[in-house]
Design a protein. Structure first.
Length: 242
């Protein structure tokens, strides 16, 4: 298998469609995690995915799992939880804590994490530039003090939100954050959420599979369009919080 090697500097990538057809989505190896390269990768459907002590690997998975915000489905059990459970959901309140928690969560079938220290630093830089966002779910402890219980983060370019990872330290916390964040993202003008890989968790929210060529076409169109409103920071919802 002939795998393209990226130079240390620069922002050009090989054709991801060829990688999908010939290398199970492996676009290239090498390069760096500079903001410029990351912001060049995502509009092409490419993202970094590798483990500690490995070279940077760039992938374009297909078919692509996506969610159209207006089609989000909230199941009855989660609806009940959203009505009755005490919680608060915030946007961009604790990005470093969310990405660190996502890196620390044990995942079935995985030894270690792909959210390496370098990845955390790179995406925190994107966050500082306004291109990466976090959503947090907070539950009250026995004293009533709110503590981070779950959340997720991702990259936003134009009208596309590229979901990266989520975590839940307590039951339903990441689901609650997602259920409240998606309508907010839709209000901001997000037209497509890239979920990368198909999971039962996302399927329950209404995710669907998209052919890679169609996904690329959607990215070309939507990443070039501005949001109606910028993704800010603050409280999205507070339920039964005194």
């Amino acid at each position: 298998m002939n795998i393209p090697i990226l130079p240390t500097h620069g922002c050009r990538f090989p054709d991801p469609a060829q990688a999908v057809a010939e290398r199970d989505g492996l676009v290239a190896v090498g390069g760096d995690l500079s903001p410029e390269r990351l912001l060049a990768a995502y509009p092409q459907g490419i993202f970094p995915w590798y483990s500690e002590n490995q070279p940077i690997c760039w992938f374009a998975l297909a078919p692509r799992t996506v969610l159209f915000p207006e089609k989000i489905h909230i199941g009855r059990s989660l609806q009940k939880s959203l009505r009755n459970k005490p919680y608060a959901v915030t946007a961009n309140h604790s990005f470093p804590a969310v990405i660190a928690a996502c890196a620390a969560v044990p995942r079935a079938g995985q030894d270690g994490t792909w959210i390496t220290g370098d990845m955390q630093r790179a995406y925190t830089k994107l966050h500082e530039m306004g291109h990466a966002h976090s959503f947090e779910c907070w539950y009250p402890d026995p004293t009533g003090r709110l503590k981070l219980a779950g959340g997720f983060y991702g990259v936003q370019i134009g009208r596309v939100f590229f979901g990266e990872s989520m975590f839940a330290a307590q039951a339903d916390a990441s689901k609650t954050a997602f259920a409240l964040a998606v309508p907010y993202l839709a209000q901001c003008g997000i037209g497509l959420i890239d979920c990368q890989q198909n999971t039962s968790h996302l399927a329950r929210f209404g995710s669907e599979q998209m052919d890679f060529a169609d996904f690329q076409a959607a990215l070309r169109r939507l990443t070039a369009q501005p949001l109606a409103h910028s993704i800010g920071s603050g409280v999205l919802a507070a339920n039964r919080i005194s």
